[in-house]
Ligand binder design. Structure first.
Ligand SMILES: O=P(O)(O)OC[C@@]1(O)O[C@H](CO)[C@@H](O)[C@@H]1O
Length: 336
């Protein structure tokens, strides 16, 4: 069982342009589409389409188009009704795969609604049969009026109220919500940063330097492990991804794919990791599935999430690094 919390869901509108984006001009789209979005929602969609049970918890009215999209995709969800409509996020895609994304702030969530969302989530964990083998994913930005330490508050509430039955917690966020979670003791069992977020969370180096040098990224991830994060799954764009735990670290790379839309690729990577983990796979194989899922998502248009059957984990190469956050030594080995 994998639950997701998306505090700031969105209706993702994807517009395909016939050529390059021309600022200040009127352009006719080749096509336009809508999908339910937000990082946790995408994780739940990717899991559901792969046959793994997931419940998405989110704010939004029953009549909101995001809920209609979830019903259409047969995604199990629990929503906290709020009056204001959810946001629409716009993605403009160009034929060469360049994407421009504009994310709206979303409707505010009042303190009473924040508390009600936590209560709904704890109830979903209990009703959904979540336990120590399960995961709870806290993902995405926070809506206006929600304090940056919200994910830490959620983590504390879930652990306090569920005790030994608490699921493990994964966090995928950026900016103040990410820093707020880490600084206020969320202590996630899994953190999924991209290179920019890894740089932001560690102050270690620039995003470009971490993407260019996975060993540097492994050292940055190792700093987070020392600060109490259980494991770090860092996506490094075309360089693949990195998994750093207390017991070891691994780098995954894959042949380049023709990217049609990278929107949701990180969320699909997280879903791939989790579905392998709950199936009992070893850490390098969880990483392999994460990269296979992320690559498959990038090759699809819009915020489309791939099914397990559409992924190619065999194309992913894993390099074992020596120990958490350390550089590989002569004993590093290649697996295919
Ligand atoms: O504004 P946030 O919450 O950071 O990100 C929201 C979002 O960009 O993330 C998903 C892709 O990861 C999209 O479905 C959605 O539009």
């Amino acid at each position: 069982m994998i639950l997701t919390l998306t505090a700031n869901p969105s209706l993702d509108r994807t517009v395909q342009l016939p050529g390059e984006l021309e600022r200040g001009a009127v352009q006719r789209a080749v096509s336009a589409g809508e999908e339910p979005g937000g990082k946790g929602v995408n994780v739940s969609r990717a899991l559901t389409v792969s046959g793994v049970r997931s419940i998405a918890v989110l704010p939004g009215a029953d009549s909101d188009p995001v809920m209609a999209g979830l019903r259409l995709a047969s995604v199990e969800y629990l929503n906290l009704p709020i009056e204001a409509p959810l946001r629409s996020n716009i993605t403009l895609t160009e034929p060469d795969g360049t994407t421009t994304k504009i994310n709206a702030p979303g409707p505010p969530l009042k303190p009473a609604e924040q508390e009600a969302l936590i209560t709904l989530l704890v109830g979903a964990c209990t009703a959904g049969g979540a336990g120590p083998g399960a995961w709870l994913v806290l993902a995405g930005s926070l809506p206006p009026e929600v304090p940056p330490d919200f994910y830490a508050s959620v983590a504390h509430a879930v652990r306090e109220r569920l005790g030994a039955a608490s699921p493990r917690i994964a966090i995928d966020s950026s900016g103040p919500p990410l820093m707020g979670a880490l600084l206020h003791g969320a202590a996630p069992d899994l953190l999924k940063p991209n290179a920019e977020e890894l740089a932001e969370a560690t102050g270690f180096s620039s995003e470009a330097a971490l993407e260019a040098d996975p060993l540097l990224a492994a050292r940055a991830a190792g700093m987070l492990i020392e600060r109490g994060v259980g494991a770090v799954l860092a996506t490094l764009g075309a360089k693949g991804a990195l998994l750093v735990t207390q017991n070891g670290s691994w780098l995954a790379s894959r042949p380049p794919v023709r990217a049609r839309s990278t929107v949701g690729a990180g969320d699909s990577a997280l879903a791939g990791y989790l579905l392998a983990e709950v199936a009992g796979a070893a850490p390098p194989d969880c990483l392999r599935q994460a990269v296979a899922h992320g690559a498959a998502a990038a090759s699809l248009p819009g915020t489309t999430v791939p099914a397990l059957s559409a992924t190619d984990p065999g194309a992913v190469t894993i390099t074992t690094l020596n120990g958490a956050g350390r550089t590989p030594s002569s004993s590093s080995k290649e697996e295919s």
